[in-house]
Every structure is written in structure tokens, then in C-alpha cells.
Write a protein that binds this ligand. Structure first.
Ligand code: CMP
Length: 143
């Protein structure tokens, strides 16, 4: 099992100045921040990141939203990272998310849902590599 996942604090949450509160929730839940940056995605980068959703009816809106302002990708480490992070953020639709989850607390809608979390170990590795170089992940300095 991998112990890494990729989080993105999405443009809606950045605009609402929630970066600090969301990172606090993440670290209080036991995740270690391995790398973090603030970046404004291009259409190509957002489209590539969400390539698996290319045929979905919401794809264009998703790319437009993800390029609407800066976002904050974060490479995280914890035992059972993918599953534990998805539990911490709650369901895609905040209306369906459990009480206390990040999306329940901070998201407005299914489309503007404050945070992303990888859905598998395989995708976590791909998604982390989308945003961070090996040097940025400080892989030579693991602790
Ligand atoms: P995320 O976890 O980043 O992965 C894919 C994203 O697509 C998802 O969060 C939502 O923001 C978005 N999404 C998924 N389903 C829908 C939908 N039915 N309508 C609009 N956006 C959606």
C-alpha cells in the first residue's frame, strides 16, 4: 500500500481565504505535508489532470472552474493516505458529505467542492508527478 496522496485546495476555497484552515484540518488529521505550492492552472494542465473525465458532460465546466483562479496542490503522506484523505474530505457533493468533513464545512456544490483527493494509489503517484518534481518532493531528504 502506498502512503501518499495528492490534495488540491481548489480555486473556490482559495478565493474564500480558506487555505490555512484547510491545511490545519489536514495536518490535525495526521497527514504530513511533503510538498506544497500555489499555482494557476492552464487549460492544458487542468484538462490533462482530469483527462479521465474528458467524456463527462461536466468536463468543460470543471476545466473552466479549475482555471478560474489559483489553487494549492499538496503532496501528503500518511499510512493509508488515499482512503483516509477521502474520508477526511467527504463525498464529492457537499450535501452528501458527513458532518465535520472538509467539504461539508467549506464546499458550496458538487462542482465547486473546495478540495480534491486522489482516488487510488496509482492515481496518487500520477497526480503528485503532475505538480511536483522529484527535487520538490525532497525525495533525497525523506525526513
Ligand atoms: P474531484 O474529486 O476533484 O474529481 C472530479 C471532479 O469533477 C469532482 O471533484 C467535482 O468537482 C467534479 N464533478 C464530479 N461530478 C460532477 C458533476 N456531476 N457536476 C459537476 N462537477 C462534477
Amino acid at each position: 500500500m502506498s502512503n501518499k496522496t495528492l490534495a488540491i485546495i481548489k480555486p473556490d476555497a482559495v478565493k474564500k481565504n480558506l487555505v490555512g484552515q484547510i491545511i490545519t484540518k489536514i495536518t490535525e488529521a495526521g497527514f504530513k505535508v511533503k510538498a506544497v505550492k500555489m499555482t494557476k492552472l492552464t487549460v492544458d494542465s487542468a484538462g490533462g489532470f482530469y483527462e479521465v473525465h474528458k467524456e463527462r458532460p461536466f468536463f468543460n465546466d470543471l476545466v473552466e472552474f479549475m482555471t478560474s483562479g489559483p489553487c494549492v496542490p499538496i503532496a501528503l503522506e500518511k499510512e493509508n493516505a488515499v482512503a483516509d484523505f477521502r474520508k477526511l474530505i467527504g463525498a464529492t457533493d457537499p450535501a452528501q458529505a458527513d458532518e465535520g468533513t472538509i467539504r461539508k464545512l467549506f464546499a458550496d456544490s458538487k462542482a465547486e467542492n473546495a478540495v480534491h483527493g486522489s482516488d487510488s494509489d496509482e492515481n496518487a503517484a500520477i497526480e503528485i508527478a503532475h505538480f511536483f518534481t522529484r527535487k520538490e518532493l525532497l525525495e533525497n531528504y525523506p525526513n
